[in-house]
Ligand binder design. Structure first.
Ligand SMILES: [Mg+2]
Ligand SMILES: [Zn+2]
Length: 163
């Protein structure tokens, strides 16, 4: 069994853009402290990203464009000494009623098929109350993190708690 930290992406790792989607790397802005927080977390936990990316099925971004964003993001995280084990995302719009768009649990179920995760010893960090809902469904401990320094504070809490 492994312990994991699941991170939401938008609003936790990168800055939310009011009323707009991050559809290219130039629109992706790391929040202050986020890369360093991921580096410290990934020394102790497997770190996953769990993200709703409905811009894909809204026709605003292709999957390959998202891949470019994620490759750049992972590069910068690795340069800061961090490691993301895997990124799981949902491309669907809410009206498609899929099972992977948070607060549904499909993305976590996918992680469970690939890793033996001890959910009772794992965490989810998100910036919406709906993220708390999915954490509760999965038996994960939840931390609400928003804006500058939010993930850094969350990481400090996780690392202090998990010793
Ligand atoms: Mg978010
Ligand atoms: Zn989905």
């Amino acid at each position: 069994m492994v312990r994991a930290v699941f991170l939401d992406r938008d609003g936790v790792i990168n800055r939310l853009r009011k009323g707009a989607y991050v559809t290219s790397w130039s629109l992706f802005e790391f929040l202050p402290g986020a890369k360093e927080a991921i580096a410290s977390l990934s020394a102790e936990y497997l770190v996953f990203i769990i993200s709703n990316q409905s811009a894909i099925n809204r026709g605003l971004m292709t999957e390959s464009a998202l891949e470019v964003i994620h490759n750049n993001m992972l590069c910068e995280i690795e340069e800061a000494g961090g490691r993301i084990e895997k990124i799981y995302y949902c491309p669907h719009r809410p009206d498609e009623r899929c099972h992977c768009r948070k607060p549904e649990t499909g993305l976590f179920d996918r992680a469970s098929q690939e890793y033996e995760i001890d959910y009772s010893d794992s965490w989810f960090v998100g910036d919406f109350e709906s993220d708390r809902e999915v954490a509760e469904r999965m038996g994960l401990r939840f931390i609400l993190a928003q804006g500058d320094g939010g993930l850094k504070k969350a990481a400090e809490k996780i690392l202090a708690d998990g010793q």
